[in-house]
Design a protein around this ligand. Structure first.
Ligand code: NHX
Ligand code: ZN
Length: 680
């Protein structure tokens, strides 16, 4: 297996003494050398080639020849009489090691043109001989068995070599594990046994995800002491599906299970089942489960299961994805095929649970679905604490502040922030990473790279400043708009300028909140129109956002009067052939006009608000032009304090499972107010 890796990295092919290590290719080389060598070695013993003339003049006419044998009609072998070969005349040949004295070995040979001319020449040369002296001429057909065999084998060997080469190449392309023809149908699962200490993740390293951790811990517990659960008549679940957006820690959770459970852990990705050959996927599933059953109790983890678990199409003749369906069918059978207590538990992860086949999700296969969601404020703080461990920060560093600054970030994003902050601080030759470095890192991740040197004309800059000031003014004045953090006209990523908000994390959004957000998004365009009477393409992103929001309001959320409480959202994602819309042409027109009406209304509202606060808008714009970045305090100075108070989150009563197994409400947890959850 490992030859593959070595093949690609020749420098690793040498050990410390500098000599190349043993390699399977050496054997191939050796075989080739032997084959070629054989060609040059003649096993017929020493025998010297001479010409007809030499033969006739020196041997035939001297009556030295005992017999001549013609081999395969093209080679004449000459046998010299023993007593003649022993004389001085042949001394030089005897010195060369030509054997004699044995009537089975010839001493000389020459090549003849054709048998007929040879016979004629012999007759001619011996016409004066006495009949007893005439040299007998024999004919023999000798088969070159070895040469024939080689002729047969060579093409086969070459074919096999090419074949092997192609398979190896494919195996290398397939990534981990490396494959050759003998393991094409074998599963590529990596096995982490309890002896192997190469997994160092355990539940301590998984911050947040408290609910998911409880479920997962239970699964580990099933394997550790199954009787605790089976005693009461419960059956051990066969599988759990980890569902959640990218970067939320599904794979990490699985790794932690591997580190925590003292059982073998098989890990593979859904795409590992896929190969260009028909039947390979199914065969790999079979192999995986066979291996797993042998090692039971154990855990099998399939990452990105949507690669094989996608819902099967309704039209089987249509698809070239038969192969994927076979793989899925095999997985379905295997999961339901063994009985509950064999101790094989399957974990799978996906971020697209909606497209998975319904059969895969039914109870008895993946009994449990564990939703891994984006972390909330408190979870983010925990995640920050984990990722800040290796980073040099000041003492009593405010992690709560960082958590507040990163709404909507996933665990992976937070890891990225921490790393980026460390790099930024290092660039500035700092001894420790400071708060500002983290803020810069967050900006970098949200908005992209800052492009301070982008060439911008004065009038463009003015347009940008007035555009951003429009967003800032409106969001400051509307009750439900997101709280403003800063406004900048320094280009970053795709955008030439931006108003930065700290979005309030909420579970549901009211109509008023949506309308206020749409209004402030339209504030940029409105400000351009009011300030210059000219508009620009810069509002592209704003308009895109607003349009999508308006259509969602009308066709998903039932937020327009004329369309009413109708929803065309398809949470099952089953609408594979969505060429035709699920509504009539008339409704389509109605949706269009209602969406347009919503946007128009909000644009008018934005114009009105800006008109009423034109003075403030101008001041903010000019300040922005001058400073390039302004903060909410600057806006507050110009427009006055924001009147609206932010709501606090309510703590929940959390029942806590105590060791004796009884449920009891943990009174400390209830009384303790959840740490400063207020934003802004
Ligand atoms: C561009 N981007 O790509 C420039 C760099 C006031 C300028 N041409 O709304 O940055 O203008 O509140 C083709 C044609 C993007 C592609 C026009 C891609 C326009 C962001 C919009 C600031 N802040 N807009 C904002 C912004 C832009 C865009 C385009 C395009 C604005 C605005 C992009
Ligand atoms: Zn804008």
């Amino acid at each position: 297996m490992s030859e593959n890796g070595k093949e690609q990295r020749p420098e690793q092919n040498r050990n410390s003494s500098g000599r190349p290590k043993f390699n399977i290719y050496w054997i191939y080389g050796l075989i080739a050398v032997v084959f070629i060598g054989i060609q040059f070695i003649d096993f017929g013993g020493d025998i010297k080639e001479i010409t007809w003339q030499e033969f006739e003049k020196n041997m035939l006419s001297a009556h030295d020849v005992s017999k001549v044998v013609v081999i395969n009609r093209d080679k004449a072998e000459i046998y010299i009489k023993e007593e003649k070969f022993a004389t001085d005349k042949y001394e030089q040949y005897r010195k060369k090691g030509i054997s004699y004295g044995n009537s089975n070995t010839p001493q000389f040979f020459f090549t003849i043109g054709s048998v007929e001319t040879f016979e004629k020449k012999m007759e001619e040369a011996q016409k004066n001989f006495e009949s007893t002296d005439i040299v007998p001429v024999g004919f023999e057909t000798r088969k070159d068995h070895f040469g024939d065999l080689l002729g047969w084998l060579m093409p086969i060997i070459i074919l096999v070599a090419i074949w092997l080469f192609i398979f190896r190449r494919m195996g290398a392309g397939g990534g981990a594990g490396g494959s050759n023809i003998f393991s094409i149908g074998k599963s590529k699962a990596k096995i982490f046994d309890k002896e192997e200490a190469n997994i160092k993740v355990n539940f301590k390293d998984v911050a947040g995800l408290e609910e998911a951790k409880v479920e997962i811990t239970e699964i580990v517990d099933f394997l550790k002491n199954p009787t605790k659960y089976t005693k009461l008549g419960g059956k051990i679940p066969k599988g759990a599906l980890l569902v959640g957006p990218p970067g939320t820690g599904k794979t990490l959770l699985a790794k932690a299970v591997a580190g925590e459970a003292n059982v073998p852990f098989f890990s593979m990705s859904g795409s590992d089942f896929v190969e260009m050959f028909v039947g390979v996927g199914a065969s790999r599933v079979r192999d995986l489960f066979q291996q797993a059953k042998q090692k039971a109790p154990c855990i099998v983890f399939i990452d990105e299961i949507d690669a094989i678990g996608r819902a099967r199409g309704r039209n089987p003749n249509f698809g070239s994805n038969d192969e994927r369906e076979n793989t899925l069918n095999q997985l379905l059978t295997e999961m339901d095929g063994f009985d509950t207590n064999t101790g094989v538990i399957i974990l799978a992860a996906t971020n697209r649970a909606d497209i998975l086949d319904a059969a895969l999700m039914r109870a008895g296969r993946f009994d449990r679905q564990i939703h891994v969601e984006l972390p909330d404020l408190l979870e983010r703080e925990d995640i920050f604490k984990v990722h800040l461990r290796p980073i040099a920060i000041d003492e009593n560093f405010d992690t709560t502040f960082l958590a507040k600054q990163t709404p909507g970030f996933s665990g992976a994003d937070i890891a990225n922030v921490c790393n980026e902050a460390a790099l930024i601080a290092a660039r500035k030759n700092k001894k420790a990473v400071q708060k500002q470095d983290f803020l810069d890192a967050i900006d970098r991740i949200v908005g992209g790279l800052e492009k301070k040197n982008k060439l911008i004309t004065q009038s463009e800059k003015k347009t940008i400043a007035y555009h951003e000031a429009g967003h800032a003014t409106i969001s400051w004045l509307l009750e439900y708009a997101h709280p403003l953090v800063k406004v900048t006209i320094v280009p970053r990523g795709q955008a030439l300028g931006a108003a930065w908000y700290l979005p309030k994390e909420r579970q549901i959004t009211t109509l008023e909140q949506i309308l206020d957000e749409m209004c402030s998004a339209l504030g940029g365009r409105a400000s351009e129109e009011i300030s210059f009477g000219k508009i620009s393409t810069g509002a592209l992103n704003d308009l895109e956002k607003v349009t999508k929001q308006a259509y969602a309001m009308v066709s998903y959320f039932g937020m327009s009067e004329k369309v009413g409480n109708i929803c065309f959202f398809d949470s099952q994602g089953r609408n594979e052939y969505s060429f035709n819309k699920p509504y009539s042409e008339k409704t389509a027109e109605l949706i269009d006009s209602e969406a347009k009406k919503l946007v128009d209304e909000q644009y008018k509202r934005a114009l009105k608000i800006l008109e009423e606060n034109k003075q403030g808008l101008m001041e903010i714009s000019e300040l922005l032009l001058e400073k390039e970045v302004i903060f909410s305090e600057d806006v507050e100075r110009i427009l006055g304090k924001r009147k609206f108070i932010e709501e606090e989150n309510v703590p929940r009563k959390i029942p806590v499972i105590v060791d004796n197994g009884e449920d009891k409400e943990n009174s400390e947890k209830i009384d303790e107010p959840i740490k400063d959850v207020k934003e802004n």
